[in-house]
Design a protein around this ligand. Sequence first.
Ligand code: NAG
Ligand code: NAG
Length: 301
Amino acid sequence: MHSSSIFVALSALSSCLAAPLTLNRRTVTPVSAAELASFAPFTQFARATYCDGFQTWTCGPACDANSDFELSLAGGDGNDIQNFFVGFSPSLSSIIVAHEGTNPIELESDLTDVGVLLVGLNSTLFPGVSSSAEVHDGFRDEHEKTATSILAEVQTLMSTKSTNNVIAVGHSLGGALAELDSLFFALNLPSGTNVSGVTYGTPRVGNPDFASLIDQYVPNFKRITNEKDIVPIVPGRFLGYQHPAGEIHLISPGNAVSCLGDDDGTDSQCIDETVPNVLEGDILNHLGPYEGISLGTLACG
Ligand SMILES: *[C@@H]1O[C@H](CO)[C@@H](O)[C@H](O)[C@H]1NC(C)=O
Ligand SMILES: *[C@@H]1O[C@H](CO)[C@@H](O)[C@H](O)[C@H]1NC(C)=O
């Protein structure tokens, strides 16, 4: 075939492939059972942040589920500073950083308040980012309280455990903190560090420029949304907020889809379409179960 006819053939093929993209509703990809099951250790790490005894990794079923985990730093008071921990998972060959969430009713009321303020990132913690990338002021302030000590611990573990894999995990407010951590790590750890994020029921953290930074620096970011949870749709897009890509939506047990992202309501079966407004959601779905694992202070036993 001449190169010109190859070009014609490719153009024809690509216009066929492009055609579905012009539809308003994009198609989604089913998540395999194996991939869905692979999230369980992270769900259990997110769960452990709520459970008494996580500071010594004796918090019951959530800690037992990652029994080989080597906890190295635990902090927070569950009040002024959200609980958090850092450590190394030999079975995942990764450093895990996890943050606790908060009462979902309070979180939702805080985030639906039209007074929610978008502010620039702290340029000491997030070197080189444009001032046009903005996040919720409460999330920024909460992240700042633990950022420096967590980064130092991650740096120590990267050298003592000889690993480049760093995974930020969290549910609810803890998911927002994990999202900020994932960008913070990507900007402050050596290039070549494999930073990922796995979050559950995370509210929108910042504006479209912030979302683009996550997309750019943390391509391995997964944002799990459950059934009709309300928290992932607040603060509203009309207030200038937008999620990064990486949504995995749990439709029902064993049935999940991977969404293209962009948080524009066009991913069929994903959270924006499932919960078009807070009145059509169900706050109880915020707590899970996420493939059989419930999260929150009542889900430790
Ligand atoms: C930025 O973060 C650093 C480190 O936590 C802190 O010392 C500084 O006060 C923060 N700057 C602003 C403007 O908040
Ligand atoms: C980066 O981390 C992800 C898990 O978060 C893992 O699937 C992937 O294999 C890692 N990449 C490398 C090169 O280790």
